[in-house]
Write a protein that binds this ligand. Sequence first.
Ligand SMILES: Nc1ncnc2c1ncn2[C@@H]1O[C@H](COP(=O)(O)OP(=O)(O)OP(=O)(O)O)[C@@H](O)[C@H]1O
Length: 603
Amino acid sequence: MRSIVRILGTARELWHLYLGIIVGAVAIAATALLMPFVIARATDVVVSMVGGKGGTVTTLLWLAGGLLVLSLANSVLTNLTGYWGDLMATRLRAILSRRYFRKLLKLPQRYYDNELTGTIISRLNRSITSITDFLQMFSNNFFPMLITVFAVLVISLVYSPWLALLLIIIYPTFVWLTALTSKRWQVWEHQKNEHYDIAGGRFAEVIGQMRVVKSFVTERDELKKFGDHYNDAVGLTGEQSAYWHKMDTLRRAVLDVVFFVIFAIIFVQTAQGAFSIGVMVMLIQLVNMAKQPVTGMSYLVDTTQRAIAGSHEYFKVMGEIDEPNNPLELDESGAAQPTVEWREDDPVVAFDDVSFGYGDTTELVLNDINLAIDRGERVAFVGESGGGKTTLVNLLMKLYPATSGTVEVHGQSVRDVPSELLRREIGVVFQDASLFSGTIRENIAYGIDDVTDEQLETAARRANAMSFISRLKDGFDTEIGERGIKLSGGQKQRLSVARALLKDAPILILDEATSSLDTKSERAVQAGLDELMEGRTTVIIAHRLSTISTVDRIVTLREGRIDEIGTPAELATTDGIYAELLALQGSTSRADKAKLARYDIVR
Ligand SMILES: Nc1ncnc2c1ncn2[C@@H]1O[C@H](COP(=O)(O)OP(=O)(O)OP(=O)(O)O)[C@@H](O)[C@H]1O
């Protein structure tokens, strides 16, 4: 429950809504509680008139009119408070969702290695929906009811201490009994959520890679696995619900016995002359009003438990450690925009005794890497698949911190440079193009404000993309679908080259697209890349011998260590990896082709 209070506390800007809801709930309770008093009075007048002891029809009509006014006021207040409740829930949803997204944007890359996209999304939806559902329900229904219960207790204390005592005992006992049941309930709920998360994670992956699913004809398998998780959740719900309802039946039976005693007291005391008929009618109504929340308690507890579980999940993500110096964190802290003094005379990129492993306990992927890259140099990393080429680039972009040693850019350790400034210096063309849904314009101008049509066209032309963009009916405003699915591999690559051109960063990282491109597309992309590399320091994760042969230096990696560094001409004669690859390039033997494939090299 503390976590829900914590959530309310974190959304302090909604205080006027909280206040409105509290005042509204008190007013709703007051109008509802006044009604039994009016009915009691009317009953006494009717009894008196029937017994010939006075009273008038006018009085009764006035009392009926009073009931009408109270009822109308109650309706208006209920709806007004309900409106505030809805507003509060949606605004809270907006606040929490934005914060969650903001947090995800601040988390280090490492966090995403262990999470599935779909799982993150399903957790976001579940945790925030459960919290806002609870608060909406709480403010719209139970908050007014809880106030009513409290008032009923006070009123019944005035009329009969025994009654009040019984009512006072009921609530904590009922809540305690419910809480006892809830522990086991939570365990089941947690297990169910795990199934939903796994299914949700897989769901998003499958939808995102539908072509793979179709080509391997795994629709049945995927559907079965997905269905199995939901079936398991149904099975768990069966046990969970059966247990819950069994216990609820027992709780309610206890409750019924207590209410039997309460009603018996009211009836007998009235018969003994302690109360008038009117007061008896009033007490019966008040007790019924007090009974309502108890019978609705299982729904309240159910929603509350979900909200508690949801808020735990929420705060678990919120408690993760941020990427240091993330741009959003810097904005939040109100710190001055960071600056850095690049040392122009130092190598553009330097790895100084760098070793790295992805986990604290896992094997090192890179060992003792020493390498300096000068301004304007083109350096190709070559090595076996899984040899650590991408990892080197990850360290350069500070997506992961080096386990030991220093990675430097323009003479500054990346550890000390705010990631925003570092990454502004680096343009990346990813192997898989990595575009977003939206238009071609939005994709080329991604991350850059106020791009003119002229700049856009220049970038597209230099990336060799203008030829196909100009043929499209909507040109730059063509929608390219999720991750650019409506474009060919070569077209996507050229857009990603144009995007990097527009970013105009001095350091370029090129993860070459390989066999996904046909010769014609490859040539078109290569022309764009050549344009992009012009005048920039370029690190290439090389997959083509043609590229490797034109760079200034080749760095070969073997088992996480640098094997050789040299110009293509030097390494062609050293019997190292590059020489081996050169020797293999003309071969048609299957074994040689397999060797090339091991290095992810196409000719
Ligand atoms: N996020 C990660 N978490 C854990 N291990 C990882 C992660 N990324 C890569 N690895 C491991 O690190 C090693 C090096 O991977 P890396 O991606 O750097 O290789 P690569 O040389 O770029 O390979 P390829 O040419 O096939 O892309 C591999 O053994 C891989 O399994």
